[in-house]
Design a protein around this ligand. Structure first.
Ligand SMILES: [Zn+2]
Length: 51
């Protein structure tokens, strides 16, 4: 399964963020806890690049 934030294929952990359920890798969990709101733009950027 791929991380919903960075797209890496890894063991993911379920996380509720702002009312949405995400599956994130360990690295992203740490980053998400450190900086929540500034990561929103980066996530959208990664998603559009993947398409
Ligand atoms: Zn990740």
């Amino acid at each position: 399964m791929n991380c919903e934030r960075c797209g890496v294929d890894a063991t993911l952990t379920h996380r509720d963020v702002d009312g949405f359920a995400y599956y994130l890798c360990e690295a992203c969990l740490i980053g998400w806890d450190a900086v929540r709101s500034p990561s929103v733009g980066a996530r959208d950027e990664a998603r559009s690049a993947a398409q």
